[in-house]
Design a protein around this ligand. Structure first.
Ligand code: ADP
Ligand code: MG
Length: 349
């Protein structure tokens, strides 16, 4: 669970900044035809040949966005790339390049950064993207990691947040709440470890949810699926903060309302079991947990037969006129206003 103390440690100073960049990036191949020049010059050069270019950036701070006591650096590298690719897929585009910028304190040996880059490398390989640049500097406070993702799409294929219409169906990929419950398990094990460092946690029963937290996958496959099914979403967003706040983003930008049905929210059985164990409400976890990196989109009702019965996609509700507002329709059929925190159970309708 924690870093192996016996591993070899090479001080970063021994390499110098240029030696470090060269060491970390030397084995990254160029896979994309759009990459004209990758790492090694003052700027990368890309050529998308008439397609539109998408750019998205995320900044991750140690202690704010990740905790290295249970997040292995390889997983951190992989997840940091996923977070960014997910934003590109959420536009119905394909990711093609990333840049990686890091600020690192000298408590990290070279071997730690090699682990980080092993995760980045695996992500690039699995998702067919090129590492084309970045920046490297020192930090006094730990690790700061910023990744930018670049993608491409035909102009008419791009899906924005603002295209949903009243009566469109609201659809989500995969299942929700797993990442948050995985985090609960890891936080609990961290506390147990503090008390008894010899305790070996048995995470096996929680493997699905722990993996959802430590090694999430961006839903590139859903972009391919939608293309194959010839489904063109009217609006789309990725679920990084929780279903509730993402729905509110779609509603606000599309100027529509929404009815979300509690009994339709897709939950894995292990999420339900973990919620029972931690005495948490599984609906609230799905609405507010976040970090699921599933896709949330709206489609015209006419498209429903194309997605009906697909195990990767669940219709969770429908859009309404803007003045009807955004609501959760609970299992006992009460209508509860959605808030960015999940729902406001005290509000009157
Ligand atoms: P400059 O001084 O012009 O900013 P750098 O020496 O920082 O150039 O970078 C040299 C090359 O290495 C550039 O192509 C840059 O994009 C790349 N690079 C720098 N840091 C990283 C990193 N952490 N990961 C990947 N590429 C990097
Ligand atoms: Mg630089």
């Amino acid at each position: 669970m924690l870093a192996n103390k016996d591993q070899e440690k090479t001080e970063l100073e021994a390499l110098g900044e240029f030696g470090l960049i060269e060491h970390l990036t030397q084995h990254f191949p160029i896979r994309q035809p759009s990459t004209v020049k990758g790492v090694g010059d003052d700027a990368a050069v890309l050529d998308f040949k008439g397609k539109q270019t998408l750019v998205s950036t995320d900044l991750l701070i140690e202690g704010v966005h990740f905790d290295l006591s249970y997040m292995p650096l390889k997983h951190l590298g992989y997840k940091a790339v996923m977070v960014n690719l997910s934003d590109i897929y959420a536009m119905n585009a394909l990711a093609t390049q990333i840049t990686v910028s890091l600020a690192v304190s000298n408590r990290f040996p070279l071997e730690a950064l090699e682990e980080l880059y092993a995760g980045i490398d695996l992500a690039c390989k699995m998702y067919n993207v090129d590492l084309v640049g970045g920046d490297t500097t020192s930090s006094t406070t730990g690790l700061i990691l910023s990744i930018s993702a670049i993608g491409e799409a035909e102009a008419d294929a791009i899906v924005y947040r603002n295209g949903a219409k009243a009566n469109d169906l609201l659809v989500v990929s995969g299942d929700l709440g797993g990442s948050y419950m995985g985090l609960q398990v890891l936080e609990r094990e961290k506390e147990v470890f503090k008390v008894n460092p010899n305790n070996q946690p048995d995470l096996e029963p929680y493997s699905y949810i722990v993996e959802r937290q430590l090694k999430p996958e961006a839903r590139k496959d859903i972009i391919g699926l939608l293309k194959d099914l010839e489904v063109h979403p009217t609006s789309m967003i990725d679920i990084s903060d929780g279903l509730s706040s993402e729905i509110l983003h779609l509603c606000k930008q599309s100027k529509v309302g929404c009815n979300l049905f509690e009994d339709k929210i897709p939950l894995d059985p292990t999420v339900i079991a973990a919620c029972e164990e931690f005495k948490m409400d599984s609906t609230l976890v799905a609405l507010s947990g976040g970090e699921d990196y599933e896709l949330l989109f709206t489609i015209d009702q006419k498209e429903f037969p194309k997605i009906k019965g697909n195990p990767n996609l669940t219709v969770v509700g429908h859009m309404t006129a803007e003045n009807e507002g955004a609501h959760l329709i609970s299992r006992n059929n009460s209508k509860i206003p959605l808030t960015a925190q999940g729902w406001n159970s005290f509000a009157k309708t």
